[in-house]
Design a protein around this ligand. Structure first.
Ligand SMILES: NC(=O)c1ccc[n+]([C@@H]2O[C@H](COP(=O)([O-])OP(=O)(O)OC[C@H]3O[C@@H](n4cnc5c(N)ncnc54)[C@H](OP(=O)(O)O)[C@@H]3O)[C@@H](O)[C@H]2O)c1
Length: 223
């Protein structure tokens, strides 16, 4: 990762922020983007111990924002997307389809459009890493929206791995880090940003992986 230019969209918080710290330690040139990343840059540097990362604003639901950001950052080696959509939960029969669509706008269409628009900015031997979620393969009642988005992202990953080769396209499917009621049921308990950022590093560094989704869930999908 030394001197590799890595753009993390959704890197101002959680898993993406933790990944940014690990990449900085490996000598990567890290660029963090999200709606609030630029305005929070001092706070993020102070609290998170980031030193060399640069920060930009982007709303992944806005095509013009994505284009402007790509113009500013220019060529990159790796694109990582860790954006989270607002949680839409509740019984399938009672959900408002507009809320479901709006969650797709961020996490599905955001990653889809970013991958499409950024393709030309990504250097030879580069990669795109998307984020899905284990709800895509192990649904829970009340979370159908997150399940169908996660499933769609993993399918997008496989389709792009075929179509954009030799560019590598992979995804990480995180399990749970906040649902306390699941802690005792999951073989290895709840995850954390630090645990869930590791598979991204592996996917970035391994030049023979493409179309792969790494489940990082402490065994949650098994129970
Ligand atoms: N945490 C879990 O247990 C779990 C489980 C399954 C899947 N996942 C997935 O893993 C990924 C990361 O989760 P996390 O817990 O690390 O999330 P997080 O801490 O909430 O971080 C989400 C990031 O997305 C950015 N973001 C949200 N909307 C955006 C937009 N419209 N445009 C640009 N950036 C946007 C946020 O920054 P701004 O607010 O500044 O835009 C933030 O940097 C998400 O896709 C999540 O669904 C997590």
């Amino acid at each position: 990762m030394k001197n590799k230019k890595v753009l993390i969209v959704g890197g101002s918080s959680g898993i993406g922020l933790n990944l940014a710290k690990k990449l900085e330690l490996k000598g990567a040139d890290v660029i963090i983007a999200s709606r609030s990343a630029k305005e929070k840059q001092s706070e993020l540097k102070n609290l998170s111990g980031l030193h060399s990362s640069t920060f930009y604003s982007v709303d992944i639901t806005k095509e013009e924002d994505i284009k402007n950001l790509l113009k500013i950052v220019g060529n990159i080696d790796h694109l990582v997307l860790t954006v989270k959509s607002p949680l839409v939960s509740g019984s399938f029969l009672e959900l408002n389809p507009e809320d479901v669509r709006s969650a797709f706008e961020t996490k599905f269409w955001g990653q889809y459009n970013f991958a499409k628009l950024a393709r030309k900015n990504i250097n030879k031997n580069g990669s795109i890493t998307l984020t899905s979620g284990t709800l895509g393969v192990r649904p829970y009642s009340g979370y159908s929206t997150m399940s169908i988005i996660a499933g769609a992202v993993d399918s997008l990953c496989k389709a792009l791995a075929v179509e954009l080769a030799p560019l590598r396209v992979n995804s990480v499917s995180p399990g749970y880090k906040t649902l306390e009621e699941l802690h005792d049921k999951i073989p290895l308990g709840l995850g954390s940003d630090a645990k869930m950022s590791n598979p991204y590093l592996f996917l970035l560094e391994d030049s023979y992986l493409t179309g792969t989704s790494i489940v990082c869930d402490g065994g949650a999908t098994l129970v």
